[in-house]
Design a binder for this molecule. Structure first.
Ligand SMILES: [Zn+2]
Length: 334
């Protein structure tokens, strides 16, 4: 299995996040990636494929915002990292505002996702890592791992959130379509619903989105990931959400996984992208499932039984001491 990673992804280090009403140590820290690297061994550095593949998912205005947000924040005389404080949810209308606070509100949906000096570079090389992995999978018809950081699945076409700035799985899926694949399935097995990925492909019939996650009635991102969200227009029936209650262990997880895999098999995918989050682990500090390290090998083997070329894209997972072992166990299933 070829493994891809770019060290520039470590440049993203916001330090703090606003959590439960206080500034706390940021959960999505560079040490996560170092723990994974120690466990999986040597990786390949991606080539630079430029911004073209990113623009298949994200509009130029959003990329321009991301690139300069931290500098704009500093130019406004602000300390620390760029973060929004007002969001245009009520009676929003399209305005071309230049104030950094207005742009942060326009292009984000939560206050947990600060933009630091190294954020753009890290996110850019995370996306390039996903692109290198999908190209390698397409060329050899086998499975690859993209060690992406920051994660991507909460990021929509033109908004950041949930520690995510560019949607790596979506960028990989669009690259596969551009390379001639006709049907791409995305299986999201992070603890949290992949609301950004769902949103990007909600009206698409050529990209299936299937997600197993904590019930949004109790867990972030709350507003998305409910069972009755099934897609719209040409995408009707091409979104499948399988929410599970807090406390879910392997015995309840596996039947949901079987349902997900049946749907992917029926879809007739010619490439599978797995958004893998290890925050389903029993010891995760911000999540509430009960999977064990050994369970990840079983889950991955179930997924591999589809016998599809598969790109595993790293999403969340915050129990840093166990993260390397959890990722290694998951990859062993392929
Ligand atoms: Zn997560």
């Amino acid at each position: 299995m070829r493994l891809f990673f770019d060290p520039r992804q470590l440049e993203h280090d916001p330090g703090q996040e606003l959590h439960n009403g206080a500034w706390t140590a940021h959960s999505e820290l560079p040490g996560r990636t170092r723990a994974i690297l120690e466990a999986i061994g040597s990786t390949e550095t991606p080539q630079d494929r430029g911004e073209g593949p990113l623009l298949r998912v994200h509009p130029p205005s959003y990329l321009a915002f991301l690139k300069t947000a931290h500098a704009d924040w500093q130019a406004a005389g602000r300390p620390g990292n760029a973060i929004g404080y007002t969001w245009p949810v009520a009676r929003r209308r399209p305005l071309n505002l230049s104030r950094i606070d207005a742009k942060l509100g326009q292009y984000s949906y939560d206050a947990a996702t600060p933009i630091a000096s190294g954020t753009w570079s890290a996110a850019y090389w995370g996306a390039q890592t996903a692109l290198a992995a999908v190209d390698a999978s397409l060329a050899a018809e086998n499975s690859t791992f993209a060690l992406c950081r920051p994660p991507g699945h909460h990021c929509g076409a033109d908004y950041l959130g949930g520690y995510c700035y560019l949607n790596n799985a979506a960028i990989a899926a669009e690259a596969a379509i551009a390379a001639g694949k006709r049907r791409v399935a995305i299986l999201d097995v992070d603890y949290h619903h992949g609301n950004g990925t769902q949103d990007i492909f909600y009206d698409r019939g050529d990209i299936l989105f299937v997600s197993i996650h904590a019930d949004p009635a109790t867990d972030y991102p709350f507003y998305w990931g409910h069972g009755d969200e099934t897609g719209e227009g040409a995408g009707e029936g091409f979104t499948l959400n399988l929410p599970l209650p807090q406390g879910t262990g392997l015995s309840a997880y596996r039947p949901a996984l079987a349902t997900a895999l049946d749907r992917i098999a029926a879809f007739g995918a010619d490439l599978l992208i797995v958004s893998y989050g290890a925050d389903t682990f029993v010891g995760d500090p911000i999540s509430h499932f009960a999977l064990e390290t050994a369970d990840y090998a079983l889950i991955a083997r179930d997924i591999a039984s589809l016998r599809l070329p598969t790109v595993v894209v790293m999403e969340g997972g915050y129990a840093v001491d166990a993260l390397g072992a959890n990722v290694a166990a998951f990859l062993s299933g392929f």
